[in-house]
Design a protein around this ligand. Structure first.
Ligand code: PLP
Length: 430
């Protein structure tokens, strides 16, 4: 069948019911699956046949939703995880083990920063953070003989820096390793990193994909383009290119081709660590995905208006939104996300940190929540909240200034959002 457009995939992708089957994706609320013979089940355990046996590894509801996300990203294989954190952990841990190293853009979500800098360090995996806007020559200096991957966010949360995906893909490939891109903020509606050379994409589906703040979840998608078995790669990735003793000596890259990376993450990491998304949450994410294309358009249009409004206010010191002409990342956004970026923007008020915090308290329906990227407008002060554990130097590296307010512009009527901001400025100026 001809490849469908993204709006159609959002609505119709993934679950393809046969005759007499439910039109809406069923929730397979079952931990286990029935077989006729012991041998049938044994074949599943040996990975000789594909099939479901236990929801800690795989579930049909999850797989239908992963298939939809995979199609939206233009990937070869995908899986859901219990959270975006789990997705990023698995994405790295699937190819890095003790003694390995990876390179990461320093402007990333604070939780991912902690995961990489603190928790992975305890597992003996080392990360070098790089300024993503530095020259290729400078970034290349961060690579070591034991480097196994490169990681960045297509739009950094909350720094709003747009990743030069082609530059990072070139750097990764010149060093024989894959590029992993967390594509949570633009979503595949606005950016498809595989088109620009990225090899693996991750998501916090908790954000725009769910879109209604109902379900924490994550996803990993593999493009299938990185050739693990290529002579210059194979020795770097023994987990994929040499026999796995826990599966009777099966080698993922030869047995599963373009599905190798996701198969390994499923049958090894999910089996052993179990960070599976609940089928009920996957169902909710699927409902969100059905309108993702419509919501992203509205999020972007509203954010553009709000960014322009904030820029016009005398109280505002600065606004960062890649859709604004003159923004440092405008050109990169125009290249990688020509139809829009996302609904998140950041700004700071004259008077610094205390003024920014006080202003947030004046807002009425634009509420203070930890969340970002759902239908309701909300704000957060990262230096006091999500990035609280980071030192001033780490905050600076992550692109978070002390006065930064992160504004997640929702899909309400934009005139009401601007009215709420206006009344907050009036109170603020009293
Ligand atoms: N990646 C990005 C870009 C995020 O913004 C977040 C959370 O805010 C995560 C990953 C982690 O996702 P989750 O909260 O679903 O674990």
């Amino acid at each position: 069948m001809k490849k469908q457009r993204k709006g159609t995939i959002c609505v119709q992708g993934g679950w393809k019911p046969g005759k007499g089957e439910p039109r809406q994706l069923p929730v397979y609320q079952s931990t286990t699956f029935k077989y006729e013979t012991s041998e049938q089940m044994a074949n599943l355990f040996d990975l000789k046949e594909a099939g479901y046996f236990y929801t800690r590894l795989q579930n049909p509801t999850n797989d239908a939703v992963a298939a939809k996300i995979c199609e939206l990203e233009g990937g070869a294989a995908a899986m859901l995880t219990s959270s975006g954190q789990a997705a990023n952990f698995y994405a790295i841990f699937n190819i890095c083990s003790t003694g390995d190293h990876f390179v990461c853009a320093s402007a990333i979500y604070g939780g991912t920063y902690n995961l990489f800098a603190v928790t992975l360090k305890k597992l003996g995996i080392e990360v070098t953070f790089v300024d993503q806007d530095a020259s290729e020559e400078e970034i290349a200096r961060a690579f070591k003989p034991n480097t196994k991957a490169v990681f960045g966010e297509s739009i950094a949360n909350p720094a709003m820096k747009v990743l030069d995906i082609e530059k990072f893909a070139r750097l990764a490939h010149n060093h024989g390793v894959p590029l992993i891109v967390d594509n949570t903020f633009p979503t595949p509606i606005n950016c498809t990193p595989f088109d620009w050379g990225a090899d693996i994409v991750t998501h916090s589906t908790t954000k725009y994909m769910d879109g209604h703040a109902t379900a924490v979840g994550g996803a990993i998608v593999d493009s299938g383009n990185f050739d693990w078995m290529a002579p210059e790669h194979a020795a770097k990735f023994p987990g994929l290119t040499t026999p796995d003793e826990s599966y009777h000596g099966l080698t993922y890259a030869t047995a599963f081709g373009k599905g190798a990376y996701i198969t390994k993450a499923t049958v090894q990491l999910m089996r052993d660590l179990g960070a599976i998304q609940s089928p009920q949450n996957a169902f909710l994410v699927n409902l969100g995905l059905e309108t993702l294309h419509l919501r992203m358009e509205r999020h972007c249009a509203n954010a553009q208006r709000v960014a322009e409004f904030l820029q016009s206010r005398p109280e505002v010191a600065w606004v960062h939104y890649p859709g604004l002409t003159g923004d440092k990342y405008y050109d990169l956004a125009a290249k990688y996300m020509p139809n829009g970026t996302c609904g998140v923007l950041t700004f700071g008020l004259k008077g610094g940190r205390d003024k920014s915090v006080a202003f947030m308290d004046n807002l009425r329906f634009v509420s203070i929540v930890t969340h970002v990227a759902d239908a309701r407008s909300c704000v957060l002060h990262p230096a006091s909240h999500t990035h609280r554990q980071l030192s001033d130097t780490q905050l600076f590296e992550a692109g978070v200034s002390p006065d930064l307010i992160r504004f997640s512009v929702g899909i309400e009527d934009v005139d009401d959002i601007i009215e709420d901001l206006t009344q907050a400025f009036v109170t603020f100026n009293r």
